[in-house]
Design a protein around this ligand. Structure first.
Ligand SMILES: [Zn+2]
Length: 267
């Protein structure tokens, strides 16, 4: 599932259409992605507006169109954003939303349809309330040490790795980032957060911010492969070795999510 860096990468795929007017909207009304706002409603209301800006927040995206039209988008498991030239484009089976602009097309493709689209009309420059109420992202200045510590201490029985996946506290952090954070901290992923001493918390806060920033820089910019010094390149299948100590990595289920760690470094 796309995490914050992949979301940031996809958000920018629609940039070629900025400042252009939506001339035509194609929708697939039967696609499950329109479960919050009807496909026909989106089709009618976006036509004639101008695409003015876009934002990412954790695993969510927001596309701003003129006159306060806000298209919210969640990629789900398999959603992708891309563009196509006006000529030579043939609509594919899984292209559920296609916006024809003046000289490009913006496309949302989603084979498994766990993604989601919604349209809010506020009529002005203010995004809808639900967007404004999202918790701070790990890279935001509002994600302070104190904010983080307060959140973590609310869930003393939850393993650190599991807690890092909680979108109420760490929007945009998914499975590989949570494993990377625990590994860089040299903390076993199943360590209950209540067992972590206060003295380690500033370090955890720092590494969460560092991994988030690094992920956006490396993957979010042009989907570059992270360096081999990260756990990332070694974690995907059995037989990987720890880039720090070269011991074999372990993979097991932790509260329903495949977790990879180095027992030598993380105890
Ligand atoms: Zn190791």
């Amino acid at each position: 599932m796309p995490e914050l860096a992949e979301v940031e990468y996809y958000r920018k795929r629609w940039n070629p259409g900025l400042q252009q007017t939506v001339e035509k909207v194609h929708v697939n009304p039967r696609a499950r992605i329109f479960r919050d706002t009807s496909a026909i409603g989106i089709q009618r209301k976006l036509k004639g507006t101008q695409f003015v800006n876009s934002f990412a927040h954790g695993k969510r995206m927001m596309f701003q169109f003129s006159c306060g039209h806000w298209l919210g988008l969640h990629l789900g498991m398999t959603g992708k954003l891309h563009t196509a030239p006006q000529e030579d484009y043939k609509r594919e089976k899984h292209d559920h939303l296609v916006l024809d602009l003046e000289d490009t097309r913006l496309i949302f493709t989603d084979p498994r349809m766990f993604g989601k689209l919604s349209l809010d009309i506020t009529g002005d420059e203010t995004p809808p309330a639900w967007w404004q109420e999202l918790p701070p992202q790990t890279t935001d200045s509002e994600f302070t040490k104190k904010y983080f510590e307060t959140f973590l201490r609310r869930f003393p029985k939850t393993p650190l790795k599991t807690l890092l996946l909680d979108q109420r506290g760490f929007p945009g952090i998914g499975n590989w980032m949570a494993d990377e954070i625990c590994w860089q901290l040299k903390i076993a992923p199943d360590t209950r957060s209540g067992e972590i001493p206060d003295s380690r918390l500033p370090d955890i806060w720092k590494i969460i911010r560092k991994v988030s920033r690094d992920a956006i820089r490396v993957i979010g910019t042009d989907w570059k492969k992270p360096p081999n010094s990260w756990l990332f390149n070694h974690r995907w299948k059995n037989g990987g070795h720890c880039p720090n100590c070269n011991d074999p990595l372990y993979r097991a289920d932790l509260r329903g999510r495949t977790t990879c760690w180095c027992p030598g470094c993380q105890s």
